[in-house]
Design a binder for this molecule. Sequence first.
Ligand code: SF4
Length: 262
Amino acid sequence: MHLDDLPRLARALRERLEVNRLFGWSVPLRAAALRPKGLRPPAAVKASPAPPVATQRAPTAPQELSPGELGAERERRAARLAPIREEVAHCTRCALCHSRKQTVFGTGDPVARLVFVGEAPGFEEDRQGEPFVGKAGQLLNDIIKAMGLRREQVYIANIVKCRPPGNRVPDAAEIGSCADYLGRQIEILSPEVLVALGTVAVKALLGSEAGITRLRGRFHSYRGFPLMPTYHPAYLLRNPAEKRKVWDDMQQVMVRLGLKRP
Ligand code: SF4
């Protein structure tokens, strides 16, 4: 080992400790992270093979673009999302329009390779107009960070765009009224992977009556986009022991995206 490797090793150790802190468990520091440069690279994270899906990859997949082309594609997608955002802001399709402070359209990078979909805005989201900004949002940020990404690098949206009163679960009619908006969003975003957070999002996107416990842990397909169901961060706040399963699911997502564990 050369002295020049020390800063890199210290950074690897800090990142690993950070993942451990976020998830509250002890993950052994991989020996590969301490391997001097020039030796065999770290092995990829293993995961069960995803079922074949009819890919609907955008013809302009972000990772295939030059920085200039990526910037232009980002602007193009943002311009296509803007009128839908405007439509949502004035939407009165269902009764949730009467109780909302504002609509919560979605946030993130229009060329994100990874899109998270949750259930519905809560109190803080309704107040701030952004999804996942409360305690559950902080945990989602931690999960994203543990994957080696930043919140600004992904896109986050909900099944319904208005807060149900008292944070109740949105009903089937409300979900049906709002589904078209998310569908159009996803078509424009063309993510490489969708992550559905929680039972409501999973059922709405997959149209399945099977419980999330049965569906999580393997890829499904939403309109041809690979979809990984996993538990909602709010559920994890109540059941921290389930974080391990979410991390397992996210590792499969990382494999699909070619991301290495930090
Ligand atoms: S929840 Fe969706 S369909 Fe209902 S009013 Fe809000 S934006 Fe419109």
